[in-house]
Design a protein around this ligand. Sequence first.
Ligand code: UDP
Ligand code: MG
Length: 316
Amino acid sequence: MSPPKKISIVVPFWNEKETLPVLLERLSSVFAGREEAWELLLVDDGSTDGSAEWAVAQAGRHAHVRVLRLSRNFGHQMAITAGLDRADGDAVVVMDADLQDPPEVIPELIAKWREGAEVVYAVRRSRQGETWFKTFLASSFYRVFRRLAKVDVPMDAGDFRLVDRSVVDALKEMRELHRFMRGLTSWVGYRQTAVEYDRAPRLAGETKYPVWKSARLAFDAITSFSASPLRWILLLGLLVCLLAALWVVYVMIVAMVDPGRLARGWASLLAVMFFLGGVQLLGLGMIGQYVSRIFEESKHRPLYLIRTDTRAKGSN
Ligand code: UDP
Ligand code: MG
């Protein structure tokens, strides 16, 4: 018989004093009686409310609890990264500390994983306790991101998901600084599937993602996955040059048909300005193309990822 599988639950938290004890309790009852070994890897993202001290105390007495403390607040995405880097389970579940992601969904994630899926993301069937404004912003963001980044991120999935060891290892190879973990997890490929769940309201405390922070994450996500905005400058430059050419043609026709209508010098001045504007945009757009290549190179993403390498038995 193969040894039992181990599941690591990575939970980044920042000042979640009220929710952590409930989280631990609910996780324990989810795993009670299950065959898998499990660990709760709490990643303290620079908490100042005593929650980190609480977590460390639990690690001392609870066999399943492990705590990583970051030296300061590095942000949610970095805390997830730290957890993924250190988790050693055969599969890793990432979830929020505020119990918006119910631990009771984990068995469903594990079931899909056992069926062969390598990424099982939990998709929100419904959201409770969030304003329509935030929901609207979130869904607009996913639409724009999917179109620009050409990465198939699932609509309405947060960071709550299970990833297989092979995917964790792939993610470890992605060391870019601006990290949008949902995008990266889709980017790596592998067999991905979804499980639906109802998103609960935050159990206690305040959201750590006010609108401006969500907007910053969205901007980071788009700019780190897409160089399209740089290409738009080039297109705009071409368009302006084209308009300038049309303008010149128009002016020449007017000059032949009805020369009295044109003030002297004005039309040619405008044509020169138009052309220069277009040429400048073209120049910027060209620079943009090189910048985007530098940017792509600087991410040092793996060139490809291999799922398996199979060869005939006995050959080598
Ligand atoms: N979080 C974190 N570092 C941060 C901000 C948030 O580790 O700088 C954690 C937070 O404690 C929670 C998760 O990230 O476990 C998601 O944050 P939150 O629930 O506040 O976001 P929301 O659900 O409101 O979008
Ligand atoms: Mg939350």
